[in-house]
Design a protein around this ligand. Structure first.
Ligand SMILES: *[C@@H]1O[C@H](CO)[C@@H](O)[C@H](O)[C@H]1NC(C)=O
Ligand SMILES: *[C@@H]1O[C@H](CO)[C@@H](O)[C@H](O)[C@H]1NC(C)=O
Ligand SMILES: *[C@@H]1O[C@H](CO)[C@@H](O)[C@H](O)[C@H]1NC(C)=O
Ligand SMILES: *[C@@H]1O[C@H](CO)[C@@H](O)[C@H](O)[C@H]1NC(C)=O
Ligand SMILES: *[C@@H]1O[C@H](CO)[C@@H](O)[C@H](O)[C@H]1NC(C)=O
Ligand SMILES: *[C@@H]1O[C@H](CO)[C@@H](O)[C@H](O)[C@H]1NC(C)=O
Length: 494
């Protein structure tokens, strides 16, 4: 402030005393790189003199010993300097106005600039020019712009970016911000600051700033937005069907910044691995199940959705079991069940030993006749055969044994009856026997003997017992031969 007043006083002195002087407005200019600056200037000189020459010259900004080295150039006409001649435009006149414009300034142009004029009497008066040199000139500072920003910001936080210049720009400047070279329209700045509130991932990018109506733009600065893992997913390699024995790789992918380095694998709830890639060689059916991974960085962690490993394998542990007893009475059936473990479920075919063609298919099989049966399970990955089981079909004797309790009773009763009716019984037997032969005299002509159950016993119970024919419900306690006709429809009712 004191210096300004001093200069001002000197100025007044110069003008009033010598009646010659130069005014610059403003005396300090801060200009943006690549812009054009106008040095407004007027000058006065004693009346009666003629202006012979006007020119601009530069003096180094007072800065240590630099001044002395450039001393010799102090009075050089800038219009003759190739560095300036193209960029300098004299806008004044030869009377009062010495305004000049310098275009496309760079930091190298940061100097003090002075206007000089030579009047017709200056040739004879060397002291005059000395006096002129002491006039302060106009100081030009050229600045570039730098974005000041933290390198990284965490998602959700606020961040402020500053557009820095080395001096306060003389022209009132409106700053413009760019992200990845695109002007930002949505978020307004405050002076030379850009405030980003509750930063999102999309805010990451290369930021630069500029000033309205100026072509110069600052170098870009990367703003890095960090965030916890998102979109955590599992991929299975190779894709497609997995068969026992394969080598399978599960890869955990996540989007996070910084990239997650901490992974955990779970099968169901069980922890199984801690690398990004979980490899299973020689996979077995035990590896089937739901897997998920958890990705973590310093900002948080996240689970993937579960993926299912479905390991395919050929049938194994095949066996046949009999539901009930392997012994059945003729006409009954026994259910054989084939159990096997496979993925996908196997198709089951039944065979009887020593027979080429199959006897049935499906998980269960009804055996109707004696034999050794086995099942064979197969899917697209292989097949397996079970051991054979034996099914024995017993003829009606089995039924008779059921009446084991009745028989002794009958035996006793029969013995008593036999004892009492010895003679008459013999006669009646002959008669009955004859009558039976009369009723069923065509029995011998029926060729299919399987339609009959032959019961060569002294005592028997009709196999249908109780329900069909109450008459035959009573045990026959006589020495008779009963020919029982078992028509086909009745057999099915068993
Ligand atoms: C010359 O410049 C000074 C300071 O800027 C100003 O006060 C004065 O009026 C100007 N003179 C003329 C003739 O424009
Ligand atoms: C000097 O000339 C410039 C450019 O023509 C003009 O803008 C400025 O107003 C003039 N200054 C004076 C004091 O006449
Ligand atoms: C971000 O700025 C807004 C508005 O100034 C404020 O309400 C919020 O609390 C700030 N958030 C953080 C994380 O500083
Ligand atoms: C962002 O910052 C993180 C942590 O410093 C770093 O790991 C990551 O590589 C950076 N990303 C970019 C795009 O610069
Ligand atoms: C794969 O595993 C099965 C059963 O776990 C084993 O029998 C077989 O030898 C293994 N094969 C290899 C190549 O390790
Ligand atoms: C075995 O037989 C019983 C009675 O007939 C039946 O309820 C059961 O479901 C059968 N078991 C199987 C496994 O088929």
């Amino acid at each position: 402030m004191a210096a300004t007043i001093l200069i001002f006083l000197l100025l007044i002195h110069a003008v009033s005393s010598a009646d010659r002087g130069v005014n610059y407005r403003p005396s300090h200019i801060c200009a943006l790189k690549h812009s054009s600056v106008t040095f407004y200037c007027n000058y006065t000189y004693p009346t009666g003199h003629q202006i012979k020459k006007v020119f601009w010259t530069k003096t180094p900004v007072k800065d240590g010993n630099k001044e002395s080295s450039e001393e010799g150039e102090q009075h050089k006409d800038l219009s003759e300097d190739p560095e300036y001649s193209q960029r300098l435009h004299y806008l004044g006149d030869k009377q009062k106005n010495c305004t000049i414009r310098l275009s496309h300034v760079t930091q190298k142009d940061s100097h003090m600039y002075c206007f000089r004029f030579i009047t017709d009497d200056d040739d004879n008066d060397d002291d005059d020019s000395q006096e002129q040199t002491s006039d302060p000139g106009v100081t030009l500072t050229v600045t570039d712009l730098q974005v000041e920003s933290p390198e990284t910001v965490t998602e959700g936080h606020n961040v402020s970016l500053t557009c820095k210049s080395s001096c306060t720009l003389t022209d009132r400047a409106t700053f413009i911000w760019y992200r990845n070279s695109q002007p930002l329209t949505e978020r307004r700045d405050r002076n030379n600051q850009l405030l980003l509130q509750s930063v999102r991932r999309e805010d990451a990018g290369r930021y630069s700033c500029g000033v309205q109506r100026h072509i110069y733009i600052s170098p870009a600065v990367q703003l890095n937005v960090t965030y916890p893992p998102k979109r955590v997913s599992v991929s299975i390699s190779p894709s497609g069907e997995i068969v026992e024995g394969d080598s399978v790789t599960l890869i955990c992918s996540s989007d996070s910044n910084p990239p997650a380095l901490n992974f955990r694998w779970f099968k169901g709830r069980k922890f199984v691995g801690s690398r990004r890639i979980y490899s299973i060689s020689n996979i077995s059916s035990d590896h089937s199940g739901e897997y998920k991974c958890k990705s973590r960085n310093k900002h948080g962690e996240k689970y993937s959705d579960a993926v299912t490993l479905n390991v395919m394998y050929p049938p194994k542990t095949i066996s046949v079991f009999i539901n009930g007893s392997g012994e059945i009475v003729e006409g009954d059936s026994v259910t054989l069940i084939c159990s096997s473990d496979s993925n996908p479920p196997a198709e089951i075919i039944w065979f009887q030993e020593n027979q080429i063609s199959s006897v049935g298919s499906g998980q269960s099989f009804s055996a109707l006749q004696s034999g050794r049966f086995y099942c064979e399970a197969h899917n697209q990955h292989g097949s397996q055969r079970s051991d054979a089981v034996t099914v024995t079909v017993k003829v009606l004797y089995w039924k008779i044994s059921q009446t084991a309790i009745v028989v002794p009773l009958c035996g006793i009763v029969a013995a008593v009856i036999i004892g009492l009716l010895t003679c008459s019984c013999v006669k009646r037997n002959i008669l009955q026997s004859e009558s039976l032969e009369n009723n069923y005299d065509d029995i011998s002509t029926i060729s299919d003997s399987s339609l009959f159950s032959y019961v060569y016993e002294n005592v028997a119970v009709h196999p249908y017992s109780k329900t069909l024919d109450p008459k035959i419900n009573i045990p026959l306690c006589e020495n008779v031969i009963i020919y029982e006709n078992l028509p086909i429809p009745n057999r099915n009712m068993l």
